[in-house]
Design a binder for this molecule. Structure first.
Ligand code: NAP
Length: 288
């Protein structure tokens, strides 16, 4: 497949603080190549102090749009012109679209997480209880997604309690039929809540490729076989957290399906073209 960059090529890309291990450039450029689209997806590693300048640069350079990743999904909002409703409610943006200099923020992580759970057909969310570890941008998207699907109870554990409190404060009025409880990583509460949970999600960054031997759960014995354990991390493909969950007999999902679905939604927002999930998964299989 031949790829020509010419004067009409539209630039899309990824802005983040630590993107060396991101699969997004590979995936998006494979889709572009396969479908002969005149786009090019570039990685932009940006320091926090340069974030405002980088976002202004999207306008200045007429970049069509970008993904926003760790750790800027929340902070980026102040630099945008418009924010789509669910992204505004979540308070986190992972996709920016540039329409003639007007920058609009979206959150495709919500749809990505939701669709990845739907792949596990039998997992009906209503009447279920979840434990979410983390309270950053991804945790907000996951929590919002579960609440939208009508989950009965969510228990959020985070190192910085005030961030979990903010989730409860923001989402409780929107979803009065569901209960949101927050905790710091205290062994006793964690143990009890995990025992009752049908779903456990790691939405912290603990266990990413740069810290392979770390896991957010302090005690491996807390895993049990009767729940679905989901780690949003996709590199490594199986984190220590997932390894331990699998050893305990739990069903596991890593962050790849969510990455695929959110990527498809973002790609569609920039290009108007929606690649098939199957072909994107196949591409990922070939490059990981
Ligand atoms: P973020 O906003 O920076 O949040 C990071 C979270 O991790 C916070 O809850 C933070 O706790 C916690 N954390 C980090 N280091 C910690 C430590 N040493 N001890 C305890 N807690 C720690 O990042 P994010 O955007 O939510 O991303 C979180 C993870 O999800 C990343 O690994 C990212 O790659 C992944 N993700 C995957 C997908 C996908 O498509 N698969 C999509 C989005 C995100 P504090 O609040 O206390 O700092």
């Amino acid at each position: 497949m031949k790829k020509e960059i010419n004067g009409k090529t539209k630039i899309i890309g990824l802005i983040g603080g630590n993107i060396e291990n991101s699969l997004s450039p590979l995936i998006h450029n494979q889709i572009i190549l396969k479908h002969f689209l005149n786009f090019c997806y570039l990685p932009f590693q940006v320091a926090e102090t340069d974030l405002g300048g980088a976002i202004q640069g999207i306008r200045a350079l007429n970049i069509r749009g970008v993904n926003i990743t760790f750790p800027y999904k929340e902070k980026v909002i102040e630099f945008l012109d418009e924010v789509e409703e669910s992204a505004r409610r979540i308070g986190a943006v992972n996709t920016i679209v540039n329409n003639k200099g007007i920058l609009t923020g979206y959150n495709t992580d919500v749809a990505g997480f939701k669709k990845s759970l739907q792949d596990n057909g039998k997992f009906v969310i209503e009447e279920k209880k979840a434990v979410v570890l983390g309270a950053g941008g991804a945790a907000r998207a996951v929590t919002y997604s579960l609440l939208e699907e009508g989950i009965k109870e969510i228990n959020i554990f985070n190192r910085t309690l005030v961030k979990a409190e903010k989730i409860k404060q923001d989402f409780s009025p929107l979803f009065p039929g569901s209960s949101i409880n927050i905790f710091s990583f205290e062994q006793k509460d964690l143990k009890d809540k995990i025992k009752e949970a049908n779903l456990l999600v790691n939405a912290t960054s603990i266990g990413m490729a740069s810290q392979l031997n770390n896991t957010p759960l302090p005690d491996e014995k807390l895993f049990h076989p009767d729940f679905l354990v989901y780690d949003l991390i996709y590199r490594p493909v199986k984190t220590l957290f997932l390894e331990q969950a699998e050893r305990a007999g739990a069903k596991i999902i890593n962050g790849l399906p969510m990455l695929v679905y959110q990527g498809i939604e973002s790609f569609y927002l920039w290009t108007g073209f929606k690649p098939e999930r199957k072909e994107v998964l196949e591409m990922i299989r070939q490059i990981t």
